[in-house]
Design a protein around this ligand. Structure first.
Ligand code: ZN
Length: 250
């Protein structure tokens, strides 16, 4: 019997790219770093990381045709104009609606990454459950956090043309333990970070005062316009330290 879609629970699953091919194509268009543009093909020595994968190539069998073509497209469509410029490192603006839309698209993408990186038998149950909950809610849950930032692609080809990392989060606050995942996604100059929890989220997630204006928080979505990109541009080393981040205890 075919597997049921993790989102709608109706249709049989089909293989789908974690990052839509329209975005992969855009990345190819705007990147001056592709071999076609004369850039080196070999990655820097020692740059490969465990749990890191080229997100553009990632395919996962978790959603049905209908969810792939309608639900996922509907999530991405309002983000497309912004993503087209952000992937290229160009300036634009974010309003409240766009922050919500981006957070939802990025959250959906983040749910797919751990599933794409491990065999079905190893899929975390809380992620499986969250796919269905997200299908109904259509927004990240309360307690999830989503940030976006700008990445310095220029000095780091080809490591971050497109990649995804999953880290475990073990967060202790006021004597309680919280467990979750951090998913980091980079696409060209665009950088997205999602933190989601297994079970009850901590009431105050002061995860290493990490934003510090270097990242823009888009979930929970604060009202108001902000300019893109933020002043800070992440280096490869900074990004790797974010992937390895261990939250502060209290
Ligand atoms: Zn479905």
């Amino acid at each position: 019997m075919p597997r049921r879609c993790l989102f709608c629970s109706i249709g049989p699953v089909t293989g789908e790219h974690v990052i839509a091919q329209s975005l992969s194509k855009r990345l190819w268009e705007v990147s001056p770093f592709t071999p076609e543009h004369g850039a080196p093909v070999e990655p820097k020595p020692g740059a490969t990381r465990f749990h890191t994968n080229r997100i553009i190539d990632m395919v996962v069998n978790v959603a049905c045709d209908d969810c792939n073509s309608r639900f996922f497209n509907a999530l991405q469509r309002p983000c497309d104009p912004f993503l087209r410029t952000a992937l290229a490192g160009e300036a634009s603006a974010l309003d409240t609606d766009l922050k919500k839309a981006l957070a939802s698209w990025l959250y959906k993408t983040a749910l797919l990454v751990p599933l794409a990186l491990s065999p079905r038998a190893g899929w975390p149950q809380h992620i499986i459950d969250e796919c269905q909950a997200f299908y109904i809610r259509r927004r990240p849950p309360v307690g999830a956090r989503v940030w976006i930032g700008r990445y310095d692609l220029r000095d780091n080809f080809p490591e971050l043309v497109g990649r995804a990392d999953v880290s475990e989060l073990n967060y202790r606050r006021q004597g309680r333990d919280f467990i979750g995942n951090q998913i980091l996604v980079s696409l060209g100059y665009f950088l997205g970070i999602v933190v989601l929890w297994n079970g009850v989220p901590p009431d105050d997630v002061n995860i290493v005062n990490r934003t510090d204006d270097r990242l823009v928080e888009i979930w929970p979505a604060m009202v108001g316009h902000i300019a893109w990109p933020p002043e800070h541009t992440f280096t490869y080393e900074e990004l790797t330290s974010l992937s390895n981040m261990v939250p502060a205890s209290s």
